[in-house]
Ligand binder design. Structure first.
Ligand code: PEP
Ligand code: MG
Length: 569
């Protein structure tokens, strides 16, 4: 029995067989020639058969898949049979190239041509690059890249996941997710929470695991164990029995004394919003609009944007929906806004800053949001990502006013915004703490990097102090502008920290007014919030902020929340 420790991001205990996500396919060396003994006809024949196998395999998977996954697999299967791709590869084979090199270069050529065509065609360029990698894998006799296919459920072990992998990750097949890389705020963690998959990230050494190994995953404690024994199997079956206790939410986030903390959902589009409404989320606290357009190489048109936003608004008539304007950059590049060659993308032209380098995109997005809001019954609020100064907040608010949007807000993700919230809130109607980025910038630790997971922990007292500073900034702003009776402007949290039930108590105790998270996390957060009064939450918050370390903050608070153990969280 061997144990790997990582960071638990979604609670849940399961036992199952491993399937390892194959590594990306490396490019065949430039200039690689056909071997002297292989004729051009034979090489072309090998290539055609490999492409046919890939096509059939993708078709087979598409037939069994549903939703987005089905669409992605069908589009990729079509590309495998694309005559232009194969024709240009065969031409290169005739000129002496190896079959692998030929399909690789042909893929580059077709992808570049599709990119030039723009719009829908440009989006297909990703499918071409995916398909050529699959054909090369087939020619090499190695596993195809991407989420593996299997008939029986499995525990996915990967180095890391990209946002694009979500489409083909079937939650009915994947029992749990374990990654060597990623941090608790990485997009892998966000994907796992959205799907409600028990998950452990930053588990160093799990690369040693092999297909078929049986393992136990404890997503609450962040532990992975090989060769599970009776104790692990029993823990897994206890979890399976009690998971139904956390299945529902009645639509009212509150503490034990009735103090209201509305619980909202983080969504990436209409599909998530419909699911969140069905789960009784009280609204949307974060619509990540860039998720509607991932993979787009050009700015989405007005009508396309209106349709995407309206799909979300229509799921929440009469309820609050907070739309975040495009947050491109670093881990979420959008080619029409960000420069892929920046040396330091997390500190680069991203979020609201792209308004300076790509003027007009934000104003057009706000116009589309306003149009969609006008056609729906949702109470639409808008906020800008990566605001660092009061001047930026003022510019954003002016753009919102020009678009006819009444409730402009800011995300607090940069320490300077937390420390100057009092001035920023002179211009914005609310603040929403993006603790994922706030943690990475406070601790100077890239949220994507597994080895920095311990720094990248929203329980770090430095991060909690900035949450407290933001709430205090809002209270000071109210005192300065409206006298003692004036209510402070709302300060919510929409980072992943809100989905950690123990940390949610601390955030409530610090005075945060709403919590927004993956809809799947709401029932557990609600159950734990209901076990404490505002007074207890306040004293737990003080304990956490004054702790000398993240580990100590977490253990002090968890020790005083017995409900966590009762619920297996
Ligand atoms: C955050 O940074 O906490 C946040 C909610 O935004 P994202 O995770 O999309 O960067
Ligand atoms: Mg962010």
């Amino acid at each position: 029995m061997h144990t790997y420790s990582g960071v638990g991001v979604t609670p849940g205990r399961v036992v199952g067989p491993v399937r390892v996500m194959p590594p990306a396919i490396a490019a065949p060396p430039a200039g690689e020639q056909r071997e002297g003994t292989t004729t051009a006809e034979a090489a072309a024949g090998n290539l055609r058969s490999a492409a046919a196998v890939v096509k059939e395999e993708l078709r087979g998977r598409a037939a069994k898949a549903t939703g987005d996954g089905k669409a992605v697999l069908e589009a990729t299967a079509l590309m495998a049979a694309d005559p232009m791709l194969l024709k240009s590869a065969v031409k290169l084979i005739d000129a002496g190239a190896s079959a692998q090199r030929a399909i690789w270069e042909a893929g580059d050529g077709v992808a570049a041509m599709l990119l030039d065509l723009g719009g829908y065609m440009a989006e297909r360029s990703h499918d071409v690059l995916d398909v050529r990698a699959r054909i090369v894998a087939q020619l090499r006799g190695v596993p195809a890249p991407g989420i593996p296919d299997a008939d029986a459920p499995f525990i996915l072990v990967a180095d890391d996941l990209a946002p694009a992998d979500t489409a083909t990750l079937d939650p009915a097949k994947v029992l749990a997710l374990v990654t060597a890389g990623g941090g608790p705020q990485s997009h892998t963690a966000i994907i796992a929470r959205n799907l409600g998959l028990p998950a452990v990230v930053a588990a160093a050494g799990v690369g040693e695991l092999a297909d078929g190994d049986e393992i136990f995953v404890d997503g609450g404690r962040g532990v992975v164990t090989t060769d599970p024994g009776d104790a692990e199997r029993e823990a897994a079956s206890r979890w399976a029995e009690q998971v139904s206790r956390l299945a529902g939410f009645d639509g009212v986030g509150r503490l034990a004394d009735g103090h209201r903390i509305p619980l909202l959902a983080n969504v990436g589009g209409a599909k998530d919003a419909v699911a969140a409404a069905a789960a009784n989320a009280e609204g949307v606290g974060l619509l990540r609009t860039e998720f509607c357009f991932l993979g787009h190489d050009t700015e989405p048109g007005h009508d396309e944007q209106v349709a995407a936003y309206k799909g979300v608004f229509d799921a929440f008539p009469g309820k609050k929906v907070v739309v975040r304007t495009l947050d491109a950059g670093a881990d979420k590049p959008l080619p029409f806004l960000t420069d892929a060659t920046e040396p330091n993308p997390a500190l680069g032209v991203r979020g609201f800053r792209t308004d300076g380098t790509s003027p007009g995109v934000l104003a057009r997005q706000l116009a589309a949001i306003a149009d969609a809001a006008g056609q729906s019954r949702a109470d639409v609020w808008v906020m800008a990502p990566m605001i660092a100064t009061a001047d930026e907040a003022a510019s954003f608010a002016a753009l919102c006013t020009a678009a006819g949007l009444q409730t402009p807000g800011v995300m607090v993700e940069v320490p300077s915004a937390a420390l100057t919230a009092r001035h920023i809130l002179d211009h914005a109607e609310f603040a929403s703490l993006g603790t994922n980025d706030l943690t990475q910038y406070t601790m100077a630790a890239d949220r994507q990097l597994g080895p920095l997971a311990a720094l990248n922990d929203p329980w770090q007292p430095g991060v909690l102090a900035l949450v407290q500073a933001t709430v205090e900034g809002s209270r000071a702003q109210a005192r300065h502008t409206g006298g003692p009776g004036r209510a402070p402007k709302p300060v919510g949290v929409c980072g992943e920290s809100a989905a950690d039930p123990a940390l949610a108590v601390v955030l409530a105790g610090l005075g945060v007014t709403t919590l927004s998270m993956s809809a799947r996390a709401i029932p557990a957060v609600s159950a734990v919030l209901r076990s404490v009064t505002a007074e207890t939450a306040g004293s737990l918050a003080r304990l956490a902020v004054s702790a000398p370390s993240a580990a100590e903050a977490r253990s002090r608070v968890r020790a005083r929340l017995p409900v966590l153990d009762e619920l297996g969280l």
